[in-house]
Design a protein around this ligand. Sequence first.
Ligand code: FES
Length: 266
Amino acid sequence: MIQTLATVVLNEMIAPDYGRVRLSCDAGFNRARPGQFVMLGFPDAVDPLLRRPFSIHRLIAGENGAAQIELLYKVVGKATRRLSQLPAGERLSLLGPLGRGFQVPAGTRRLYCVAGGFGVAPFVFLAEWLQRQASPPAELQVFLGGRGRADLLCISDFERLGIPVRLTTDDGSCGEQCRVTDPFAEAIEQRPPDLVLACGPQAMLACVLGIVRAHRVPCQVSVEAMMACGMGACLGCAVADRRDSARYLHACVDGPVFDAEAIELG
Ligand code: FES
């Protein structure tokens, strides 16, 4: 884990409420794996004081072994509004890479990724990372859903990588008008994958868990949780342990990616 100052290289809005920031950071971030996250803060800030967690959206090798990472953010409050206004050259406090990421075992041939809205963030990193591996899965399919067209992010990233994306929206403004878990459930029935990875709102993850357990398909889910420290100290990111009802796991150190059999969601 590295604690450092990172420099904003690029910061742009990619949809009405969503932005993407690229940070030049310590070469140690080249060790980051898809599904891991960082804690990001303003170096001199009193308000907002705490660092905030962000999934690593992309890892880009810089010159001379340097690393650049990209983070997606949704403008929802004071910290993300301030982040959205940062120009290139500004410095941010960065802690990471943190947590446990996705594990795609060697020999995985068909992989499904299910993303709800902003939950798509780690899957661009995953897709780019897999394409750099010696034997990536022969088939990767992304299922991406949101409330409306503006919530469907990163479609062009998957197109650039040649990865098919099945789109759904609640209001029918893009793709099929249904929940993202509907075409996913159809696909798992017709062409069962070797592995499912999911990231998104808790209700979507709970639905994915029901489907994969019914079909006995291995699955890992990335859980969104309130995180104040990111290091297992504040105990604020508890997730129920499915194997022991008296015990809690912690998203920042045991996750944020968990095996489907390890956790219970609402
Ligand atoms: Fe503090 Fe997980 S964020 S224990």
